[in-house]
Design a binder for this molecule. Structure first.
Ligand SMILES: NC(=O)c1ccc[n+]([C@@H]2O[C@H](COP(=O)([O-])OP(=O)(O)OC[C@H]3O[C@@H](n4cnc5c(N)ncnc54)[C@H](O)[C@@H]3O)[C@@H](O)[C@H]2O)c1
Length: 280
């Protein structure tokens, strides 16, 4: 029978000290601590993934940073106290095994996975090629599954948490982003299936950010010229109840919470972080 450890949704009644800690109402700071934990973050060279890596490190985690941008991910890893870079393309079939092997070699365990890598290109629905569709689905949805599967096999004994990055676009698509919206809708469904199949040992949740505009991907994917980016962001922000777009670190803080024992009774959930944009 599986144990139900530190990260799990329910107490196990066994001698596992982690689960008991959650039910003993420990200090909140202790519930947000990742000391002695190993966290894998994909898409960690930039944006939300890099912000996650920094926040998990601040909370005491050893971090495995995965990205296809080798120089950039190595630089972020080098800035953290206990971290390694794994420069791989997540759409390659051997990427999941490479990540797990690197994590176990470096830190001996995997406690948390954040599936942060994603692409969000604009394609006219009438012009989009099959290859363009496959590229978006292959990274945003398929790799989210394959990396989760590989890491979950290692987490199962001790327990853990997976946080996927979906998008507000799953429910409110933007023009010319059909593949992206479909991929993120898939991530929402996948999150629920993984929570069902991997519980009670592994909690699985997703975040659904609205526009997070201090990231490279968001700025370069806007369908406007470089000179018009700031004006486009200002216009975008003014239509949001909080009157601004979001920042990568704001998403990272939510992800750290969902991955932590502070969120011990949350699984299969998709949490919006959009400044209220979903009001319409
Ligand atoms: N920025 C936003 O407004 C926003 C909103 C909703 C959801 N999201 C999601 O958040 C996640 C991160 O977005 P971001 O804005 O930080 O983007 P970003 O472009 O700044 O970062 C994404 C990272 O993924 C990496 N990556 C891309 N393809 C890869 C591949 N094949 N293999 C390995 N790494 C790869 C990139 O190199 C990059 O470092 C994405 O899943 C995105 O869809 C972003």
């Amino acid at each position: 029978m599986r144990s139900r450890p530190f990260f799990a949704a329910t107490p196990n009644g066994s001698s596992d000290s982690g689960a008991e800690r959650v039910y003993d109402n420990p200090p909140f700071a202790e519930l947000l601590s990742f000391t002695d934990k190993s966290v894998v973050v994909t898409g960690a060279a930039n944006g939300i993934g890099a912000a996650c890596a920094r926040r998990f490190a601040e909370q005491g985690a050893s971090v495995v940073l995965v990205d296809r941008e080798a120089d950039a991910v190595t630089e972020v890893a080098a800035s953290l106290p206990s971290a390694i870079a794994v420069p791989v393309d997540l759409t390659e079939s051997d990427a999941p095994a490479t990540i797990v092997t690197a994590a176990l070699d470096a830190f001996g365990r995997i406690d948390v996975l954040v599936n942060g890598a994603g692409i969000f290109p604009h394609h006219s629905t009438l012009e989009m090629s099959g290859a363009e569709w496959d590229a978006v689905i292959g990274l945003n949805l398929r790799a989210t599954f394959t990396v989760s599967q590989a890491c979950a096999r290692e987490m199962l004994e001790q327990g853990g948490a997976i946080v996927n990055i979906a998008s507000a676009s799953a429910a409110q698509p933007r023009p010319d982003m059909a593949a992206y919206a479909a991929s993120k809708g898939g991530v929402v469904s996948l999150t629920r299936s993984l929570a069902l199949d991997l519980g009670p040992t592994i909690r699985v949740n997703a975040v659904a950010p609205g526009p997070i505009t201090d990231t490279k991907g968001a700025r370069t994917s806007l369908p406007v010229d470089e000179s018009e980016v700031e004006a486009a962001l200002a216009a975008y922000g003014s239509a949001i109840p909080l009157k601004r777009t979001g920042r990568a670190d704001e998403v990272a803080r939510l992800i750290v919470f969902l991955a932590s024992p502070a969120a011990s009774y949350i699984t299969a959930e998709v949490v919006s972080i959009d400044g209220g944009r979903s009001l319409g």
